[in-house]
Design a protein around this ligand. Structure first.
Ligand SMILES: Cc1ncc(COP(=O)(O)O)c(C=O)c1O
Length: 437
């Protein structure tokens, strides 16, 4: 199903009509993949689910995938790791093959393991290499709390004071959105001091997509390691982690990858680090060189790729769910998904621009044009009332204090008509008498 990526940067290509939305849906080559997902319902009617940035929908096939593991366990016990037509030991390799295109990584650079916050800790252990004055960690201010807590506690564990180590980059512009220039300026301002740059590839609050290639280049220029939290990026935007030369990245799989609540996460470790014995790491038997793992030797010898960072026996149930979901990505074709994402985000921007241009709306879009599926709308007043009314009308979006509604129509299961209907509903809420300030 591969097709060339269609870019819809020119807003004049869209028309402000429902018919146009319907036409976009008709032209959508991956529209049928919507049927592969289960939608929350209200009195038997599917809700409009725009929360792929929070928890992706359940693939219909997930239940069967879990049931199959239960069956294998019942039928063959531990032998299921090695035998049958789908041995558990093969799961990791299969998953990596499916995920490598989405991450823009070599197979050897991915390890599917643990969950995101745990993996952040593991990566900090390996990629924070302070030397003399070069001991600072640059993060974004108002990073996702778990990133902040992880870095903070890691620094304390090393016997250091976070105030001496952390550089938190704040937005310089008036719209309070951290920009690439802010990060790059901070990198150069502290060029002799930074050991590690670690930020979210997409900011969870604003939906801004950072220029990861540029930030990596600038970080490397001053001699720092560069890593990204890709919770909001994986399965959402095009990534080329290997070519961008990123040192490490980690993510969860329950947002745009639709692998279920608390799904197994993953790390990317660039291949140039695989054999670097100077990198410290926390170790466990599942990271031991595969061919000798069962010799149960005392001293640790890592598998010479990203799986050398694994610690524990894989969670096969979680692998099964991720396998079900990644099979849908594979069938739909990653390039097709990206093409639809591009069109859909253009459509959403076109409609949101129409709303924010209404003087009486008192709403602005926080998300810069460099974005993926997510848009964050800031309401100067009455935001919670708007949110409640959207919820009442069957839209699942999310609310963040002090006045932000985030929504993320995703290409695998949302339609252009749903985006249109959100626009119509929001416009009518904002122009109704009880919302007017
Ligand atoms: C940007 C970001 N980082 C970290 C986390 C924490 O992930 P987990 O709870 O899977 O460890 C999240 C969760 O939503 C997130 O959005």
């Amino acid at each position: 199903m591969e097709e060339e990526l269609e870019l819809f940067d020119d807003m004049t290509t869209f028309e402000l009509t429902k018919e146009y939305a319907l036409q976009l849906d008709q032209d959508d080559r991956i529209a049928s993949f919507r049927n592969r997902f289960l939608f929350p319902q209200k009195q038997g009617i599917p809700k409009t689910y725009f929360l792929g940035n929070s928890l992706g929908l359940q693939p219909v096939s997930a239940r069967l995938a879990m049931a199959k593991v239960l069956e294998q366990w019942a039928d063959d016990g531990v032998e299921s790791f090695f035998q049958g037509n789908d041995p558990w030991l093969n799961f990791h390799g299969l998953l990596v093959k499916k995920l490598s295109e989405i991450a823009g990584a070599k197979n050897s650079e991915l390890s599917i393991m643990n969950q995101l916050s745990v993996n952040i800790h593991l990566m900090l252990v390996s990629f924070y290499k302070p030397v003399g004055k070069r001991k600072k960690i640059l993060i974004e201010s108002k990073a996702f709390p778990s990133d902040q807590y992880a870095v903070d506690s890691f620094i304390k564990l090393l016997g250091q004071d976070p105030q001496d180590i952390l550089i938190e980059v704040k937005p310089s512009g008036e719209n309070q959105v951290l920009q690439d220039e802010d990060v790059v300026a901070a990198i150069h301002q502290h060029a002799d001091e930074i050991a590690l740059v670690f930020i979210g590839g997409i900011n969870y609050y604003t939906g801004h997509v950072f220029d990861m290639k540029h930030i990596t280049q600038e970080g490397h220029k001053i001699g720092a390691m560069v890593g990204f939290d890709l919770a909001h990026a994986i399965g959402n935007i095009e990534l080329n982690l290997h070519d961008w030369d990123v040192d490490f990245a980690c993510w969860c799989s329950y947002k745009y990858l639709n692998a279920g609540p608390g799904a197994v996460g993953a790390v990317f470790v660039h291949e140039r680090h695989h054999l670097d014995a100077s990198l410290k790491r926390l170790t466990g038997w599942w990271g031991y060189k595969k061919e000798d793992r069962f010799l149960m030797e005392d001293s640790f010898v890592p598998e010479p790729d990203a799986t050398g960072w694994q610690l524990s026996t894989p969670s096969i149930f979680l692998f099964a769910c991720l396998k079900a979901s990644l099979s849908i990505f594979e069938e739909a074709g990653w390039k097709n998904i990206l093409a639809k994402q591009n069109k859909m985000k253009g459509w959403l921007k076109f409609l949101i621009d129409d709303i924010t241009s209404m003087e009486e709306a008192h709403v602005k879009c926080l998300t810069p044009d460099s974005r993926g599926c997510q848009v964050s709308l800031f309401f100067q007043e009455n935001g919670k009332i708007v949110y409640d009314q959207l919820t009442e009308a069957g839209f699942m979006v999310d609310w963040r204090e002090p006045g932000v509604i985030r929504l993320a129509p995703v290409p695998l299961y949302n339609t252009f008509e749903e985006v249109w209907s959100f626009y119509e509903t929001l416009k009518s809420i904002l122009t109704s008498s009880n919302i007017k300030p």
